[in-house]
Structures are given as structure tokens and as C-alpha cells.
Design a protein around this ligand. Structure first.
Ligand SMILES: [Zn+2]
Length: 104
């Protein structure tokens, strides 16, 4: 399983030379998988990744709408979990910046 990488996270290298896996434009999100880095722009995240997910699910659910619907429920849960993780990272970053500036 991969992991979410924030381009603002100092623990990771600079991604300025990365390109979106689908359109070649500048990416805004990165995912470190077992075989390497996947980078995506916002447009392709909204327009391409859902189609890729649907294709992957459809191939494994015997063309069953109920099974596909269950998979979509799991996708939605993972989506909101990732949003929560990003929100937590952003809050942690804000706290670090606040306290490194000498505020108490
Ligand atoms: Zn793209």
C-alpha cells in the first residue's frame, strides 16, 4: 500500500520536475506506491482517476451493479479518510509554524 505525500512536506524531496501521470501537466498530489511515485493534477484526479477506479472495480465484480456499489461505498470511505488525513497534516503544519515563530 502506498502513502499520501504532501508537496509541502519537508521530509520528501522536491517534486517540481514531476508531471501528471495522465496529461503531463504540473501535479498537485503524489502517491508513493510499491513500484514508484504517481503524480496527478487536480483535473485528472477528478476526471481520470474515477474512470480508472470504475474500470478496475468493474473488471472484478462480474458486471454486478450491487457489487460495484459496495466497492464505491468503500472508495468513498477511503476518500474521506484521506481528506481527514490531509486536514490533520495541515493543522499540524500550522501548529508547528505557529510555535516555531515563538507564539505560545
Ligand atoms: Zn493531469
Amino acid at each position: 500500500m502506498g502513502q499520501i505525500i504532501s508537496h509541502k512536506d519537508d521530509a520528501y524531496p522536491d517534486f517540481k520536475n514531476e508531471i501528471c501521470f495522465s496529461c503531463g501537466e504540473s501535479p498537485v498530489a503524489f502517491w508513493m506506491g510499491a513500484t514508484g511515485l504517481v503524480s496527478v493534477c487536480r483535473t485528472c484526479a477528478i476526471q481520470v482517476l474515477p474512470c480508472l477506479i470504475a474500470d478496475a472495480i468493474w473488471q472484478q465484480c462480474d458486471m454486478s451493479i450491487p457489487i460495484a456499489q459496495n466497492a464505491l461505498t468503500e472508495v468513498r470511505e477511503r476518500f474521506w479518510y484521506a481528506v481527514a488525513c490531509n486536514e490533520r497534516m495541515a493543522r499540524t503544519r500550522q501548529l508547528k509554524e505557529r510555535f516555531s515563530d515563538g507564539e505560545t
